[in-house]
Design a protein around this ligand. Structure first.
Ligand SMILES: C[S@@+](CC[C@H](N)C(=O)[O-])C[C@H]1O[C@@H](n2cnc3c(N)ncnc32)[C@H](O)[C@@H]1O
Length: 303
């Protein structure tokens, strides 16, 4: 069990039957593309045990990949739900100021409770009138908003960095591309995953997404009637900044195929093209290329 699952099971009571029913309701909301509503404590618990491990895991992965070198003291966590992104950020940045914007008052109050419990020194603000922040994060929330331009404008105007994470589906990626066009037109710098500001070269049914391996607790498996001890969470994301950054690299945009004596890589280059590269054992950097993972950046001279 992760830290939040342990806390929730210990302090918020637990009824397998009620939580399982609440999980059914959550699934129903996702399937019918309704917004996730937390109608009771059990819904919060169901989210903690079935979605939080994945959304938290993806946030942690992206923080480690892109944010650790940045000066981040304040965060806008938009559509915070139970505080997933803020919990992940506080693991790596001390004494953060966290502004939670969340339409559901029950989820927001649990977010504040969880954050204060695990990170007693942080400041949590729960009103929509946030001041300027270092980072704005939309973790699995922008897709729920139809009037996204208004929300993006408001947060972009008051932040240095903007990270948007969405489920890794073609539909969510299409929306991210619209946000990309919108923010590039506002002179935003796109730091990742793209290493260029040209048209996205992925065509037809292809879409840019990545994957995170998430451990499942016993309760998680039970709620989902799952047998495997892990799940692979597909996600798409974009990280924007007010400042430029060197883009002297390409991005590995699918899982590398490692064969007996060679590795096949699919790279989105900084020229805005898709490059299929095969490196055999005789390649100078074969050992490095063999260890490359889906989502990594890669220096062009290695290819
Ligand atoms: C899928 S949940 C993601 C929660 C959390 N960020 C995470 O990563 O686990 C999306 C959240 O966005 C919130 N949300 C959707 N539309 C909103 C709006 N217009 N204003 C504030 N919050 C909103 C929902 O209530 C929900 O809690």
């Amino acid at each position: 069990m992760n830290f939040l699952e342990q806390y929730v099971k210990k302090h918020l009571g637990w009824s397998s039957l009620l939580v399982k029913k609440a999980y059914g309701d959550l699934q129903q909301a996702y399937r019918s593309k309704q917004q996730v509503g937390y109608t009771g404590l059990e819904q919060i618990q169901a989210y903690v045990f079935t979605r939080f491990p994945a959304t938290y895991g993806v946030c942690v992965k992206l923080i480690k990949q892109h944010l650790l070198d940045l000066n981040i003291h304040s965060v806008l966590d938009w559509g915070s739900g139970i505080g997933t992104a803020s919990l992940a950020l506080n693991k790596y940045f001390e004494n953060l100021e966290c502004f939670l914007v969340e339409q559901d008052s029950r989820a927001k109050s649990f977010a504040a409770q969880f954050l204060k419990n695990f990170y007693p020194n942080i400041n949590v603000y729960q009103h929509d009138d946030f001041s300027a922040v270092d980072l704005s994060i939309f973790s699995y929330s922008l897709g729920e908003v139809s009037d996204w331009q208004t929300v993006i404008d408001k947060s972009w105007n008051r932040t240095k960095y903007l990270l948007i994470i969405e489920p890794g589906t073609p539909a969510h990626f299409k929306k991210l591309i619209k946000v990309r066009d919108y923010l590039l037109a506002k002179k935003a710098y796109l730091w990742a995953p793209c290493c260029h500001a040209k048209l996205c070269p992925l065509k037809n049914d292809d879409w840019c997404h990545f994957s995170a391996r998430i451990d499942r607790s016993k309760e998680h498996k039970n709620l989902k009637n799952a047998s495997r001890g892990f799940e692979n969470e597909a996600y798409s994301y974009m990280l924007f900044s007010k400042d430029p950054k060197s883009t002297d690299f390409g991005r590995v945009v699918s899982s590398p195929r490692i064969h007996g004596g060679h590795v096949d890589l699919k790279i989105c280059t900084n020229q805005g093209e898709i490059l299929y590269s095969t490196a055999g054992k005789s390649a100078k950097d074969y050992k490095t290329l063999k260890k490359t993972e889906w989502g990594d950046s890669i220096k062009h001279e290695l290819l």
